[in-house]
Design a protein around this ligand. Structure first.
Ligand code: BG6
Ligand code: MG
Length: 225
């Protein structure tokens, strides 16, 4: 029944979620905004400008659009610096063989990341050819939790949403998957990602048996005919 798997990138394929956090933390420190890893959960999966707004909300600061864009660009410069120093070995263990195995089994594989840096990251990791479809933050208007990015990926794959599984580390990503009418496998903590059909701690731990287990589950109650 599940014919395609749509992977998020940051925090699912590679630990760039850590780099996003470090770059936002640096900006938060400059602005004297208290910002913890728990606060950072709210920034995962959402666009750069929405992340900027959430950070300012946390600090109770208001500023002009121009100023916000300037600061978000600064954060992006630091993020890109981290990414450019990243090695292909930084891909999470087991992920490359997993992507290869899925394709061998006839399951289509796509990447759907809110990041405008997604193509650079997959090129640096030398994994761009492992995805049949890549959609990123430059191709959408509304970022997660809006379903737009996953619906675009499904459309490009030519697979109906209910036959797609999303793999996500962000709460906003789980919500986006469900809003798109797709099941979701969470990567991270079950407390954080309790809305997902199943949660595992590492992407590389995924097995074909889990795929069958997830096919039996439907937490949004509208996936079956
Ligand atoms: C998502 C990350 O993948 O991309 C978010 O989870 C990030 O933390 C978003 O803000 C946008 O990324 P970028 O690279 O376009 O600033
Ligand atoms: Mg992510």
């Amino acid at each position: 029944m599940i014919k395609a798997i749509i992977f998020d990138l940051d925090g699912v394929i590679v630990d760039t979620a850590r780099y996003h956090f470090l770059a936002w933390k640096r900006l938060a420190d400059e602005l004297a905004i208290p910002f913890t890893e728990t606060d950072n959960e709210r920034l995962k999966g959402v666009s750069r400008m929405r992340s900027m707004e959430i950070l300012l909300e946390i600090g109770g600061i208001t500023m002009s659009e121009t100023e916000k864009e300037k600061l978000a660009n600064r954060k992006n410069t630091w993020f890109v610096d981290y990414v450019e120093r990243m090695l292909p070995e930084e891909i999470y263990p087991g992920v490359k063989p997993l992507l290869e195995k899925l394709r061998q089994r006839g399951i289509q594989v796509a990447l759907a990341s809110s990041s405008k840096n997604a193509k650079t990251v997959i090129q640096l990791l030398h994994i761009q050819e492992l995805f049949e479809v890549v959609v990123d933050g430059t191709m959408i208007v509304h970022s997660k939790p809006d379903p737009e990015i996953f619906l675009l990926a499904a459309m490009r794959l030519g697979i109906p949403p209910k036959e797609c599984l999303v793999v996500e580390d962000a709460e906003a990503g789980v919500e986006a998957a469900h809003a798109a009418g797709m099941r979701c496998l969470g990567i991270g903590s079950p407390e954080q990602l309790f809305k997902a059909e199943k949660v595992i701690s590492k992407t590389g731990d995924f097995t074909m048996e889990m795929l069958h287990e997830i096919e039996e589950k439907d937490k949004i109650g509208k996936l079956e005919d």
